[in-house]
Write a protein that binds this ligand. Structure first.
Ligand code: KIV
Length: 271
């Protein structure tokens, strides 16, 4: 029997039941009211207000510049749009590393000021104190391992992570640590499919993959990438479900032509 179909609101417990029942979890990003409404209405399980907003919405080259205030603005817009999905918000770079008290303060601001349901943050043992402190306040935490874009200047490239044994071993240890501490789910980004499958089998909490193959408990993509709004980003793991860049451009060109030719507005389109 399907766990999630009749559920009115997705909770962290529903996601755990879905994993136990072998039902795949669907997750997409959203950063604004209008698109979040469509994503929720389509029946997505989880909406991630990702710090990829830094790239997608603000045009920055990395996720590092986005601020806590900006994340709260995006998250509040999304929250106003949704009826059913679980909304998870990224803690931005600099808001949780190194100091567990400021990590807790950041997570509390997100929960209080946006109405979000959970936070996500990048890293394993290095940030475990911050994770524990946020969890101790009753705030659900989603982990994120593998390619962690906030560490791009350490990695130097956005290539596949954990191909070598040492990094793979640390990733498995980190996933188990996050599970032990009480994270309700973990995102694995851009790692070998075999490794991701092993983590999903050895860890009891849902594993959501992006570029991590099909052996995990769910999938996440950046909405603008899968809709083809951002037509420059073409990694191997991305499936494009539309080409909205071209479709939107065509509609706008059509509008410009109509205005210039005085075809718009016509007699029925005025008062
Ligand atoms: O910020 C984001 O969109 C993410 C996903 C790529 C998982 O963290």
């Amino acid at each position: 029997m399907s766990v999630h179909k009749d559920v009115k609101k997705i909770t962290t417990h529903v996601l755990q039941e879905m994993k136990a029942n072998g039902e795949k979890i669907s997750m997409l990003t959203a950063y604004d009211f209008s698109l979040a409404r469509i994503v929720d209405d389509a029946g997505i399980d989880v909406i991630l207000v990702g710090d990829s907003a830094s790239n997608v919405m603000a045009g920055h080259e990395t996720t590092l510049p986005i601020t806590l205030d900006q994340m709260i603005y995006h998250a509040s817009s999304v929250i106003r749009a949704i009826d059913r999905a679980l909304v998870v918000v990224d803690l931005p770079f600099g808001s949780y590393q190194g100091n567990s008290k400021s990590a807790l303060d950041s997570a509390i601001r997100i929960m209080k000021e946006s109405g979000a349901h959970a936070v996500k943050l990048e890293g394993g043992s290095e940030v475990i104190e911050s994770i524990s402190r946020i969890l101790s306040a009753g705030i659900p935490v989603m982990g994120h391992l593998g390619l962690t874009p906030q560490s791009i200047y350490k990695f130097g490239t956005y290539t596949v992570r954990a191909k070598e044994e040492e990094e793979a071993k640390k990733l498995i240890e980190d996933a188990k640590l996050l599970e032990d501490k009480g994270c309700f789910a973990i995102v694995l980004e851009k790692i070998p499919a075999k490794l991701a499958t092993r983590v999903a089998q050895e860890v009891s909490v849902p594993i959501i993959g992006i570029g991590a193959g099909s052996g995990v408990d769910g999938q996440v993509l950046v909405l603008h990438d899968m809709l083809g709004i951002n037509n420059e980003f073409k990694p191997r793991f991305l499936r494009k479900y539309n080409n909205l860049y071209e479709q939107i451009k065509e509609s706008i060109s059509h509008y410009i032509t109509d205005v210039r030719s005085k075809d718009f507005p016509n007699d029925k389109e005025q008062y």
